[in-house]
Design a protein around this ligand. Structure first.
Ligand SMILES: [Zn+2]
Length: 253
């Protein structure tokens, strides 16, 4: 078929089947390589800290995404991780059914931005809970290659906050339910306000988990929730006033 001939129907196009071998090499980058090296040699996670905004990031990176400055301060993390989010899957990467459900999760570390997506090494997915503390299980030193698969998975180191039951009469149960409803609506107003919760992420995750299970908040937690509610309210007010005063064609920030 001549190259300039116009095809009126897609079905008229002929095709050949063949393959083109392509090979890609991606580098982990300077900080990425240091992160992998620390994982391989010492079995630890390297983080970077910004000297300006004081934010810490995992995995280690060269530049602060907020300040755009080089981060020279790197150190291995020395605290356990916690489950930020998780799910169970029944199919592997090839699409084939797995023998048992596989639980994967995002593991974060308190006060550190970013996280690691990996397998959660639990037999029963029902035992996993948000903010459950976990630690990595690693391959033996001689088998590690500096890949993320040097981590076999994250194992729970505690089962998270224990369930509390509300004992007592109907009135007390009713009061507890009302308190939980109030906490629930306050929490969703915080989440809907768009208030940047990053710094308070750990606190909010923990409150969300307790409120979700209908557990009783301690007076300290209740105070925290109200404080966050006030912050969110102020944030909403500030956003509203800036959108009222700013012409729509200017960029804020
Ligand atoms: Zn910074």
């Amino acid at each position: 078929m001549p190259i300039l001939e116009k095809l009126a129907q897609p079905g008229q196009a002929r095709h050949w089947t063949d393959s083109i071998p392509l090979e890609y090499h991606y580098t982990a980058g300077v900080a990425g390589e240091e992160f992998r090296r620390e994982l391989r040699d010492n079995g630890r996670f390297l983080v970077s800290k910004c000297s300006k905004c004081k934010n810490t990031y995992i995995p280690a990176r060269m530049y602060c995404p907020s300040c755009f400055i080089e981060m020279k301060d790197q150190f291995p993390i020395d605290k356990p991780g916690y489950v930020y989010s998780f799910t169970s899957v029944n199919r592997g990467r090839s699409g084939a059914d797995t023998e048992l459900p596989i639980t994967v999760g995002i593991v974060k570390f308190e006060g550190v931005k970013g996280g690691i997506v990996h397998l959660l090494d639990v037999e029963d997915p029902d035992r996993v809970s948000i903010v459950m503390k976990v630690s990595p299980s690693l391959k033996n030193l001689s088998e590690r290659t500096g890949a993320i698969t040097d981590i076999l998975g994250f194992k729970p180191i505690s089962t998270g906050p224990s369930k509390t039951t509300t004992e007592g009469g109907t009135t007390e149960r009713h009061a507890a339910r009302t308190r939980n409803d109030q906490a629930r609506s306050l929490l969703s107003s915080i989440e809907e306000s768009g208030y940047p919760i990053e710094e308070d992420e750990m606190t909010i995750s923990s409150l969300r988990s307790k409120i979700g299970k209908g557990e009783h908040l301690t007076s300290e937690e209740d105070r925290l929730l109200h404080r966050l509610g006030d912050k969110a309210k102020d944030w909403r007010k500030a956003v509203k006033s800036s959108s009222d005063t700013e012409p729509t064609d200017t960029l804020s920030g």
